[in-house]
Ligand binder design. Structure first.
Ligand code: G6P
Length: 369
C-alpha cells in the first residue's frame, strides 16, 4: 500500500516511533525555533482569543483527552475559562454558549459525526470555531472558521498514537498564543515554554531506547484482568488515555482515575491482582499523587510508577515496577508521558496476541452516530 510498516511488526509500533519526527514537524509549524516564540499570528485568531468569555472544547475518544489536556493549559496559562465535553454529549445538551465565545474541536480524521455536529451547533450559536485536524481536506477542517493542522501523516492503526501527541503539539502553542493575546504571558515565559516544547522530540527518542523493558512490563500487564491508571492535574487525561489504549487493543478492562478521587471508589477494587499504573512526574503535584500511591500499596496493590529520575528516587522501594521518563519541564509532561502508556498498551496487546492494528468492534473513523 501507500504506507507500509517500515520494518515494524504493526502500524501502531511504526506510528509510536514516528512521534519524535511528526511532533517536531507540527511544532515547526507553530513555533519559531530561533526566537522561541509562537507564530500563530493570524489577527482573527488573536482577537477571538483575547475577547473570549469562554472556550468550549469538544471531541471524541483520544482527541477528547487531548482536549482535556488543553483545558489545563488554557486555564493555567491564559486564564481562559474552559467548558469541555465529549461531542456526543455536548451536541445534545443545549449548552449555554457565551457571547464572544470561541469553540475548539479536535479530530484526527476530521470526519467524526458527533464532533462535526457539535461544531455546527456552536457555529449556529455564533461561536468562533477553531479545529485542530490531521486531514486538511476533511469536513471539520473545511467547516471551521479557523483550521489548525497537525502533521502526524496518515495514521493507520485504529488506536490513535501519533495523532494524539501532534494534537498536543498544536494545543500547547495555541494556549501560549491565547495567554499572550489575553496579556498573561511575558516573553521570557513564552521562550521557556517554547524551548521546553522543542525539546520534546529528543526526550521521546531517549525514552524509546528502553523499549525492551516496556516489552517485559507489557507482558506483566497482559496477565491482569483489570488495570487502574492514576494521574493528577495535566497528567490526569494521560491516565484516561492510558486506560483507553489498553482496553482498545488488549481487551483488558482498564479505568483511568484522577488520583485524588481514587479513595471515593476504585480503592475498593485494589488487591494484589490489580496493577495500578501511576503517572507522576516530579512536579508540583508529585507528593499528592505519591500519597495516593501509598494508599494503593498499603492495600497490597502492585504499582507501576511512571516518573522521572527524581520521582522514582523519591518513591521508595515498595513500588513494584518503575518506568523512567527523561526529566523535562513539567509543561511538556503530557507529550512525554503519552509514549510510555502507548508502548505499555502495545506490548500488553502483543503479549496477548490480539489484532493490534484492527481491534475487534472498533473503527478508525466513526462517521455515523
Ligand atoms: C475512533 C478512533 C479513535 C479516535 C476517535 C475520534 O474511536 O478509534 O482512535 O480517537 O474515533 O476520532 P477523530 O478522527 O475524530 O480524532
Amino acid at each position: 500500500g501507500l504506507v507500509d510498516k517500515a520494518g515494524h511488526r504493526h502500524y501502531m509500533a511504526k506510528e509510536i516511533h514516528e512521534q519524535p519526527e511528526v511532533i517536531a514537524h507540527t511544532l515547526a509549524h507553530y513555533l519559531d525555533p530561533d526566537a522561541r516564540t509562537v507564530r500563530l499570528n493570524e489577527p482573527r485568531l488573536a482577537k477571538a482569543l483575547a475577547e473570549a468569555m469562554r472556550l468550549t472544547i469538544s471531541a471524541c475518544g483520544t482527541a477528547y483527552y487531548a482536549g482535556l489536556v488543553g483545558k489545563y493549559w488554557f486555564e493555567q496559562l491564559a486564564r481562559l475559562p474552559v467548558e469541555i465535553d465529549v461531542a456526543s454529549e455536548l451536541r445534545y445538551r443545549q449548552p449555554v454558549y457565551p457571547e464572544n465565545g470561541v469553540a475548539l474541536y479536535i479530530s484526527q480524521s476530521g470526519e467524526t459525526a458527533d464532533t462535526l455536529a457539535a461544531l455546527r451547533d456552536a457555529k449556529a450559536h455564533g461561536q468562533v470555531t477553531i479545529a485542530i485536524v490531521n486531514v486538511p481536506e476533511s469536513t471539520i477542517a473545511r467547516e471551521a472558521d479557523i483550521a489548525l493542522p497537525t502533521f502526524a501523516g496518515p495514521e493507520i492503526g485504529v488506536a490513535s498514537t501519533k495523532a494524539f501527541t501532534c494534537q498536543l503539539s498544536a494545543l500547547a502553542p495555541l494556549a501560549i498564543a491565547a495567554a499572550r493575546a489575553r496579556g498573561h504571558m511575558d516573553l521570557a515565559t513564552e521562550n521557556k515554554l517554547c524551548s521546553a516544547l522543542l525539546g520534546a522530540p529528543r526526550h521521546i527518542v531517549e525514552f524509546l531506547k528502553q523499549e525492551s523493558r516496556i516489552e517485559h512490563l507489557g507482558g506483566e500487564v497482559a496477565k491482569a484482568r483489570d488495570v487502574l491508571y492514576l494521574g493528577r492535574g495535566v497528567n490526569y487525561p494521560l491516565a484516561l488515555e492510558g486506560a483507553l489504549k489498553l482496553k482498545e487493543i488488549s481487551y483488558i478492562h482498564a479505568e483511568g482515575y484522577a488520583a485524588g478521587e481514587m479513595k471515593h471508589g476504585p480503592i475498593a477494587l485494589i488487591d494484589e491482582k490489580v496493577p495500578v499504573i501511576v503517572i507522576a512526574p516530579h512536579d508540583a503535584l508529585y507528593e499528592k499523587t505519591v500519597s495516593n500511591m501509598q494508599e494503593v500499596m498499603a492495600r497490597g496493590g502492585k504499582v507501576i510508577l511512571i516518573s522521572d529520575k527524581a520521582g522514582i528516587a523519591a518513591a521508595g522501594a515498595q513500588v513494584w515496577q518503575t518506568v523512567e521518563v527523561p526529566e523535562a519541564d513539567p509543561f511538556i509532561s503530557p507529550l512525554l508521558y503519552a509514549v510510555p502508556v502507548q508502548t505499555l498498551a502495545y506490548y500488553a496487546a502483543v503479549a496477548k496476541g490480539t489484532d493490534v492494528d484492527q481491534p475487534r468492534n472498533l473503527a478508525k473513523s466513526v462517521t455515523v452516530e
